[in-house]
Design a protein around this ligand. Structure first.
Ligand code: SF4
Ligand code: SF4
Length: 362
């Protein structure tokens, strides 16, 4: 295959920033307070959203552009991060821009750190609703409550339902929300204490279907998952993941991030038409390898950059992919356009606190 041709997006998320007040162990995008305090440029956001809306029109019936409707994870557009409410002023303006260009199914994702009182939550949700926001996604999981007291999350769910209507509030995931209610969780909860509470049920509550084994999770949580040698994943390729139309992301630097593939960029989303017309894979060796298979990426990294297999194995194909990309980034950080944003790799390497690759991975 010479050209990679992503399909026009039918749903998307836009990172207003990578900066977050939390540092969840499972965060796919390795967000944390240590990221630079960089926020998306609103003029560029308008350009991207206009192009995304043109793509959405290929899929959606015309009437959805003229009315509020129920939200869906893989429908419309969400504003996310990082934590969007860290800069409420920018979030408000981003919502205005999105509604001005006719984005359907617009919602914001939050960890609820800011939900300290009924008045504050109501005021902000109401103001966002009045500016055109259709709904909210509220993160609820065993990692975010290490940082955010459960009462704030619970308050956000209650008031969001009041303001946006029950159908326009996505609790992600309800299984944890109900579990925390039943367990009577108050305040924050350390993950180790959560594990003690759920005992032998952890296979259900921490299944890879719920906690995707990507990003920070593959290093911080790998002890709870089965691990396999690299060759176990060699036959898997990522052509679908790199070209799928649903739930793609655009980050605050305007990288077009395929699916959930943090640290990979298909190009500048402000020139979406260039990306959709096809990427010449001769210019993107890592993407080219991924379209062939994880085995190809592994051989590429071993032969050209001295990558060595981790002795303790890999929990998923995305773990193998990320471990290899981290290694290549260290050896040749400026050689590969597709390894973006650079700070994703810098932050993760900093967190891991050591050089990788030599001596069998991290
Ligand atoms: S709250 Fe969300 S963005 Fe922030 S660290 Fe946790 S998972 Fe990542
Ligand atoms: S293996 Fe890499 S390219 Fe494939 S889905 Fe996972 S992160 Fe994306």
């Amino acid at each position: 295959m010479k050209f990679l041709r992503p399909r026009p997006p039918l749903s998307a998320g836009v990172f207003l920033t990578y900066r977050c007040c939390c540092e969840c162990r499972h965060c796919m995008y390795v967000c944390s307070p240590r990221w630079c305090d960089y926020w998306i440029d609103l003029a560029g956001l308008r350009v991207v959203l206009e192009k995304l809306v043109s793509c959405f029109r290929l899929y959606y019936p015309p009437e959805v552009f003229h009315r509020r409707r129920l939200l869906g994870l893989n429908y419309g557009l969400h504003l996310t991060g990082g934590e969007p409410f860290l800069r409420y002023d920018i979030l408000l303006r981003a919502v205005e821009v999105a509604k001005d260009v006719g984005v359907p199914g617009l919602f914001v994702e939050t960890n609820c750190f800011w939900c300290t009182s009924r008045e504050v939550v109501y005021e902000r949700f109401r103001e966002l609703y009045d500016r055109g926001l259709d709904g909210v996604l509220i993160s609820v999981n065993p990692f975010v409550i290490e940082f955010v007291p459960f009462e704030r999350i619970d308050l956000a769910v209650e008031i969001a339902r009041e303001v946006f209507g029950e159908g326009n509030v996505i609790v992600f995931y309800p299984i944890y929300y109900h579990q925390f209610k039943v367990l009577g969780v108050r305040g924050r909860l350390r993950f180790e204490d959560y594990l003690s509470l759920i005992g032998s049920d952890y296979g259900t509550y921490l299944s890879p279907d719920l906690i995707l084994p990507m990003g920070r999770a593959v290093y911080r949580l790998n002890y709870i998952y089965e691990r396999y040698p690299a060759k176990y994943f060699f036959h898997e390729n990522c052509l679908y993941d790199l070209t799928r139309p649903w739930h793609i992301h655009v980050d605050c630097f305007f990288n077009y991030v395929p699916g959930y593939c943090a640290g990979l960029s298909l190009g500048d989303a402000r020139r979406l038409e260039d990306i959709l017309s096809g990427l010449d894979l001769d210019n993107y060796p890592i993407l080219r390898a991924l379209t062939k298979g994880l085995g190809e990426l592994y051989r590429f990294a071993v032969e050209n950059y001295g990558y060595r297999e981790r002795k303790d194995g890999y929990v998923s194909k995305c773990h193998l992919c990320l471990d290899i990309r981290l290694h290549i980034f260290q050896e040749a950080r400026d050689e590969f356009y597709e390894l973006q944003p650079r700070e994703f790799y810098e932050r993760l390497l900093e967190e891991l606190g050591m050089r990788i690759g030599a001596g069998g991975g991290i």
